[in-house]
Design a protein. Sequence first.
Length: 305
Amino acid sequence: MKFTIDNEFPPQHQLTSEEKSFLQKLAGYKLMLDKSLCFQINDLQRHTMLVLSGNISPRKKFPDRADKEREIAELEAIIAEHSSKLECGEILKENLREERMLLNLWKKQLAELKKALDNPAEDKKSHSYLGAYFNRGDNSIVELYVDAIEAKAKNPYDTMLLMGQILLHEYFHSFYAHVGVGSNKPIYYMEEAMAEYGSLAFLFSVAISRSSIAKQTHDAMIYAVDSFKKKRNRVGTSAVYGCGVYLFDYLCEFYREYIARYANVSCLLDSCERQWVEFKYMLYPKYPSSPIIENLLYERLMEML
């Protein structure tokens, strides 16, 4: 694995020999998916370079006010249409319970968006990016914000674990962008969920292998899952990561099929299609805690893919 240092924002944290060895071994591991697809960071570096950066860029909890207003109007239209269908008896009887639960979920999501809109202090809440992917074709870049990762992890071992998981998450963005067909921009809330799912599935695969870093990858997997579950009721754009954790929790054994399926169609998906807009507000701005809604979310996702 090759990497460069950000000249404009050089990191204060220098990779230790243990961190460098861990990342190198992660980068060399090949995750087989189907007959035509495999994920390997070393292979992806043909077109996506890794940059270690000390840049501390704030990441807003919510989009800007104009975007929140647009989302509120969008969700209000979905609620009105769905309410009308329920009142007019257009929903099949066997689906009534789930569809009413879905309507109630959207109403709660709308309340969260309005709360954020009416509270300007929410706009000032932010946290630092831990990594980023920039799609520039054959000159794409993954940036790892190692100082921010170190600050979040708080101890040397967890810093190494988190660094590995973020590295995988960002390179899954590169993987999805460079395989399959189509040229659409990825749908943010689904892309982030699938990148999270991919990184956890990768760690799981290494953890059950005979790799010399099996224990560390197991620890990294547990660290990533636990850190999300401790803040399961998070509100804002990061709520969509919950879908990736859900997929990993309940569908870990099928990761080869689902990652390959998404990779092949991700750049064909149209974020303006009504089904995807409705799906967005099942995840955002607050990830649902109801197992029934999670099951419905999964069923909708499989239909769309």
